[in-house]
Design a protein around this ligand. Structure first.
Ligand code: HPA
Length: 245
């Protein structure tokens, strides 16, 4: 199997099933990544883990050094990336505590360092981003869900955060075609594509998006749903690495 990197999101700052080999603090031309990269094994497969928001969880979505994270994973030898991320559910099937493996992205974020191809004097490059997620990796994740109840598609809308959205913003996003809303999907996916690392997202639904559920979104509800969803995500990953899919 390819060497797999897992980017852990909110609710997943470490992987219980990872047998530690070593930890490395990688320096990159773009600065320091969010956390040390942990190299380990799951069912004998090489896995690299990084905590997107740092460990402990302290880096807000707009302050994450996405370029350093992706660069560090490449330097560690990552050949594919599974991005675990907490999201809000917009459309009716995307209910809290479920997992979704999105198929498309709409990017509403701004002001983030979003490309490796911006050095002065560097030839302009335009990567193909028609399919932001690697389809083969998506299918393997979907197969690994076995008896878990997951959504096998959907459009991920990436907002800037760190605040949650207004109800009107969510209505607009739904009109645009978004099923899920998160704050970290971009530029992460595009940077992985620029470095030609197959990338897919395992989205854990933490709450109904603004205006779609209770009148107010509370941290305690989010944490409760994330606990169940992230436990399922870990099960899915174990099936992925054990080949039990
Ligand atoms: N909006 C944006 N990002 C999120 C949400 C949300 O409702 N829930 C978890 N991450």
């Amino acid at each position: 199997m390819k060497i797999t990197a897992i980017i852990g999101g909110s609710g997943l700052t470490q992987l219980a099933s990872l047998k530690l080999i070593e930890q490395q603090q990688i320096k990159t031309p773009y600065g320091m990544p969010s956390s040390a990269c942990t190299l380990g094994e799951i069912y004998g497969q090489k896995v690299i883990f990084i905590a997107r928001h740092g460990n402990p969880h302290s880096i807000a979505p707009h302050n994450i050094n996405y370029r350093a994270n992706i660069w560090a994973l490449k330097q560690m030898g990552a050949e594919q990336i599974i991005a675990v991320a907490a999201v809000g559910g917009i459309t009716s099937a995307m209910s809290p505590a479920r997992i979704a493996i999105p198929k498309q992205i709409i990017d509403y974020s701004y002001g983030r360092e979003h490309t490796f191809f911006a050095e002065a004097g560097q030839a302009v490059q335009h990567i193909d981003f028609t399919h932001p997620y690697d389809e083969a990796l998506r299918q393997r994740l979907i197969q690994s869900a076995t008896d878990l109840d997951i959504q096998t598609g959907g459009v991920y809308g990436c907002t800037q955060g760190p605040r949650l959205e207004t109800a009107a913003e969510i209505i607009r996003m739904q009109r645009d075609g978004c099923d899920l809303v998160g704050m970290t999907g971009m530029p992460e996916a595009a940077l992985a594509k620029e470095l030609e690392i197959p990338y897919a997202c395992c989205a854990v639904i933490a709450n109904w998006a603004a205006g779609k559920g209770a009148d107010e979104i509370t941290m305690s509800d989010i944490l409760k749903n994330l606990e169940k969803g992230m436990a399922d995500a870990e099960t899915l990953l174990q099936h992925f690495f054990s080949g039990k899919s």
